[in-house]
Design a protein around this ligand. Structure first.
Ligand code: NAD
Length: 456
């Protein structure tokens, strides 16, 4: 029986990073198994293609808006197949080499399903059984469909079909869920010319974000013709002759040609014999883990989305490093104190730390500074004034608890707040630091200044 020191199941962001980092340490026999495509959800069906699609959507929107800037274009037409082709080219350029980069560094790659069947035993789809001293499960998540009667009777898109399936934009699209996936596709398809309705069960869009952020995002989407129904209760779904009809409690039905479910994701461990290895999940299906991502099964770690928390590639990369350090006998705990989140709508939504509401729920006495992007000179110059920056700090200690930015470049801007929180930098230091004129980041300097004035 072939033996490996570390067997990594899943070749997405987390699994690939574990394999690469382990190989840097030489001498270890490392294997990586992937059943679908090396690159995983982010690379093939998530972050990378959706950002490519959104770039095309932004160009379409800019072209439609061009006259305002003294530029005349012809009518804007959409070639969805060309947009998808470009997204594929980006993926190819980033990860088109398949297993070769892994093999070059000595990682053994199995392009098939691998199942953990007993302690230290992996069975591959072709029947081969191999031995592993340590196993890393980096197996990701799958979408969770809500329990709506009738949903199983017709074609429901997930992010995968919404990117790759259609030849042309549908005339109408209903989206369940106004989280990151729901909002990004809502704007993408609206800009493709589709009539989009977003149905969110909670009382606001982007419900995980600060309330002030949700309000701006809703306005931005509605300005582009997206209909947002919040507090939506979808009682039943009916697929009939090429269209979905969604029955809502207390509101008129929604009829749409296509339906996208963007209602969250859950870790997937199917195929593995969790009982045989002693791997326990919590009531929400997430593995119970230590600070270094060891599961309850002996010498089995998890990393990335499979943890069920903070489903971000940047978190997966951090977790991969935590697992590798533990495997190499120099443990350091996972540190999720400062994790930025970005939703790539236009304007972008970026945040780190606590929302004002979350901080209040902790019973803290707060200082809050909020500035409108409409007051930022660069935003005025660019004609992109929608948005805000908001900082939340503890009044007693001055500690920065959270930052929220909705702006054209929010994903880049948030890192000033990330750096301040990671370094424990007092607001006064950032308020006094010279920020370049004219940039959107001057709004953050202003917000740090407003906090510093109150703290003085
Ligand atoms: P999500 O958890 O962010 O949002 C799901 C939303 O669906 C929630 O707001 C929830 O209230 C709503 N919902 C649930 N059931 C519903 C129902 N029956 N009717 C109406 N609304 C309902 O999940 P997602 O958007 O599917 O994204 C999945 C994961 O992928 C998330 O963890 C997200 O962070 C990650 N992701 C991140 C990015 C990014 O960082 N830019 C992009 C895409 C996805």
């Amino acid at each position: 029986m072939e033996r490996f020191d570390v067997f990594v199941v899943g070749g997405g962001a987390a699994g690939s990073e574990v394999a690469f980092r382990l190989s840097e340490h030489g001498g270890l026999r490392v294997a990586l198994a992937e059943r679908e495509g090396l690159g995983g959800e982010c690379n093939l069906w998530g972050c990378v293609p959706t950002k490519a699609l959104l770039r095309s959507a932004a160009i379409a929107a800019a072209a439609r808006d061009a006259e305002r800037f003294g530029v005349r274009t012809g009518p804007v037409t959409i070639d969805l197949r060309a947009i998808q082709r470009r997204a594929r080219e980006v993926i190819e350029a980033q990860s088109g080499e398949g297993a070769a980069p892994f093999e070059r560094i000595g990682v053994r790659v199995f392009l098939q399903e691998a199942r953990l069947v007993a302690p230290g035993r992996i069975e591959l789809a072709d029947g081969t059984v191999v031995a592993a001293d340590a196993v890393v499960l980096a197996t990701g998540t799958r979408p969770v469909l809500p329990p709506i009667p009738g949903l199983a009777d017709g074609p429901v898109w997930t992010n995968r079909e919404a990117i790759w399936e259609p030849d042309a934009p549908p005339t109408s699209l209903a989206i369940l869920g106004a989280g990151a996936i729901g909002l990004e596709f809502a704007q993408f398809y609206a800009r493709m010319g589709t009539r989009v309705t977003v149905l969110e069960a909670l009382p606001r869009v982007a419900p995980a974000e600060d309330e002030a952020v949700s309000a701006v995002v809703r306005e931005a989407l509605e300005a582009e013709g997206v209909r947002a129904v919040v507090g939506a209760r979808v009682a039943a779904a009916r697929w009939n002759e090429g269209a979905w009809r969604l029955e809502l409690d207390g509101a008129p039905p929604v009829v749409a040609e296509r339906l996208l479910a963007a209602t969250g994701r859950r870790p997937t461990f199917e195929g593995h014999d969790l009982a045989a290895v002693g791997l326990e999940l919590d009531e929400r299906g997430r593995p119970i883990v230590t600070e270094t991502l060891r599961t309850t099964a002996e010498r089995v770690w998890v990393a990335g989305d499979a943890t069920g928390e903070l489903l971000f590639t940047h978190v997966a990369n951090h977790e991969a490093q935590v697992v590798v350090d533990d495997l190499l006998g120099r443990p350091r705990p996972r540190d999720l104190r400062v994790v930025p989140r970005v939703t790539f709508t236009d304007p972008e939504i970026a945040s780190v730390g606590l929302t004002e509401q979350q901080a209040r729920e902790q019973g803290r006495d707060l200082l809050v500074a909020e500035l409108a992007m409409a007051d930022n000179e660069r935003a005025q110059i660019d004609g992109r004034t929608r948005g805000l920056v908001k900082l939340v700090a503890d009044r007693a200690t001055g500690e920065l608890l959270g930052g929220h930015v909705v702006a054209a470049e929010a994903g880049a801007m948030i890192h000033e707040v990330v750096a301040a929180m990671a370094g424990g930098t007092p607001p006064r230091v950032l308020a006094d630091a010279i920020h370049a004129y004219p940039t959107l980041s001057e709004s953050l300097k202003g917000a740090f200044g407003a906090l510093a004035a109150e703290l003085a």
